[in-house]
Write a protein of this length. Structure first.
Length: 95
């Protein structure tokens, strides 16, 4: 049975220190992708190593392809809720 499409994300955290207990979901603008935030969030996390960041491609952006309609803000929000539940991390903020 095929695996249903899901959101693509990249984890950013400081290596060599304790694994972060607090995480932020970082989403891009309307024409962006998760890679728009990579350099910025690496710098932020380097100065705040108790935090980690999940850089997320929203539905039908970047590597998050094939998600079923409707392609609405409500659907995007539901995707983020499902992602947060699936990663087993403490999500404390959304940027």
């Amino acid at each position: 049975m095929p695996v249903p499409p899901s959101l693509s994300y990249t984890s950013v955290y400081e290596r060599g220190v304790p694994y972060p207990e607090r995480w932020v979901l970082v989403v891009h603008g309307i024409l962006g992708t998760k890679s728009n935030w990579r350099v910025i969030m690496r710098r932020v996390i380097a100065t705040n190593p108790t935090w980690g960041a999940l850089l997320v491609d929203l539905r039908n952006h970047g590597e998050s392809r094939g998600l079923a309609p409707p392609h609405t803000i409500d659907a995007c929000a539901a995707d983020l809720v499902r992602l947060a539940a699936s990663v087993d991390l403490r999500i404390d903020a959304v940027l």
